[in-house]
Design a binder for this molecule. Structure first.
Ligand SMILES: Cc1ncc(COP(=O)(O)O)c(C=O)c1O
Length: 427
């Protein structure tokens, strides 16, 4: 195996895959177990050339891919692994930094602090916040709940009924009690709830189902008056604050004790990359800091492992740094504005058509809608549209009714792709 020749072949494969995405079905067309049946049940005894792996990508793996990089992927929150981000992942693996502490990787530690601070500035967040990178928002929120419990000595988590399921899962893993609060007509969390014994209020900016926005300022003020921690989950929508005109949804976030935003959702960074800031870094660190003898070093330097669950930390800042440099803030803003424009365009078609209706207020790059008719009819439309291979959308339920979601978040998505989605759905 020669690293260089195999490396060129791997990059050729990746580039060819990205070029032919439009010819592939968006949603995988395999049945459960189909790939498993084609994979050898036992591991290889003899070594094989790397070329065999590339061959099997085409023969085995691609047919079983749901193509998240496809321009007509509109399900969940659509995401983009941009080309600079993809290449940075390769370089990251080549250097294989395990940033246990500063000494174990000065580069990873210091680049992470700097790039996360760059994003803080780009999103218009307060000076002085401490930020680091976790794998996912599920872990970032887990860390925030741990810090909140440590600081308050309390055990109750409060969030909206539409908060992401990771809040409930995190609370369950920590043995904390969860209280879900109903929403108002705008699908925003109500604020008139008693918080006396509460450790943490989780406010969401851009809920998963509807991209609705909780009243962060009012929640922060009430939480703080009651001695509780305020965590903001802006995993999806927080990236939009790179555009001034989307900062209406940031009102009150400056009061947060912690905040999560995922560049792997809407900032062109390949999964995984979740940013977690805190305005209370000393207390946050106390909740996690545990330095065993073998990791003690003479220098007085940062160990980002003292701010979260993991000890060995990936060099994730490399891809964030690369993406920020290769697109620039202007490039990222242009992509956000285009996605929001396309979502508005689609929402307009829905709104103007007598057979369709918007099911939730229009926010960011997500459209929630349904066709006039029964839940079963809407589900059948979605299943047939997804089976066409042309588009992939997902669904949710609002007040018990089945509704469809079209999420725009792929940098390759053009107006023609959104038009195609509308045609397919109407067909
Ligand atoms: C608002 C919100 N929070 C949290 C998450 C969980 O994100 P992750 O997959 O990074 O854990 C999601 C996922 O879509 C989300 O939409």
């Amino acid at each position: 195996m020669t690293f260089q020749a195999d490396g060129y072949a791997a990059v050729d494969w990746a580039s060819g895959y990205l070029d032919r995405l439009r010819d592939l079905p968006v949603l995988a067309r395999v049945a459960p177990g189909e790939l498993s049946a084609r994979l050898p049940a036992s591991p290889p005894e003899e070594s094989e050339p790397f070329a065999n792996v590339l061959r099997d990508l085409d023969e085995l793996i691609v047919p079983a891919l749901t193509n998240w990089q496809h321009p007509r992927f509109f399900a969940y929150f659509a995401v983009t692994a941009s080309e600079p981000g993809v290449l940075a992942e390769l370089l990251c693996a080549a250097m294989n930094q395990v940033a246990l502490n500063w000494r174990a990787s000065p580069a990873s530690t210091e680049l992470e602090l700097r790039t996360v601070d760059w994003v803080r500035q780009l999103l218009g967040l307060p000076d002085g916040w401490h930020g680091h990178i976790e794998d996912t928002a599920s872990t970032s929120t887990l860390a925030a709940l741990i810090a909140a419990r440590h600081v308050t000595g309390r055990n109750v988590v409060v969030c909206s009924e539409h908060a992401h399921s990771s809040v409930e899962k995190d609370a369950r893993m920590l043995g904390m009690e969860l209280r879900k609060i109903p929403v108002d007509d705008e699908l925003s969390m109500r604020v008139d709830v008693p918080l006396d014994d509460v450790a943490v209020v989780v406010a969401t900016v851009g809920t998963t189902s509807f991209a609705s926005v909780d009243p962060v300022r009012a929640l922060a003020e009430r939480a703080h008056a009651a001695g509780a921690w305020l965590h903001v989950d802006a995993a999806y929508a927080g990236s939009a604050w790179i555009c001034e005109e989307e900062r209406w949804s940031q009102d009150g976030v400056e009061l947060a004790d912690s905040l999560v935003v995922n560049p792997h959702k809407w900032l062109l960074v390949p999964v995984d990359c979740s940013l977690l800031w805190t305005s209370r870094p000393d207390e946050f660190r106390q909740a996690f800091s545990l330095v065993p003898e073998y990791l003690r070093t003479p220098e007085d330097a940062y160990a980002l492992s003292e701010y979260g669950p993991a000890l060995g930390r990936r060099f994730r800042s490399l891809k964030l740094w690369t993406v920020l440099r290769c697109f620039g803030a202007e490039g990222l803003r242009a992509i956000h504005r285009e996605h929001i424009r396309l979502a508005d365009l689609f929402a307009g078609w829905v709104d103007d058509h007598p057979d369709w209706e918007l099911a939730a207020p229009q926010r960011f790059s997500l459209v929630v809608f349904r066709r006039n008719g029964t839940d079963e009819e809407n589900e059948a439309i979605l299943e047939r549209a997804n089976a066409s291979g042309d588009i992939f959308l997902s669904h949710t339920k609002l007040n018990g009714r089945y509704v469809l979601r079209l999420a725009i978040g792929n940098a390759r998505t053009a107006e023609a792709d959104v038009r195609r989605a509308w045609e397919v759905l109407n067909r």
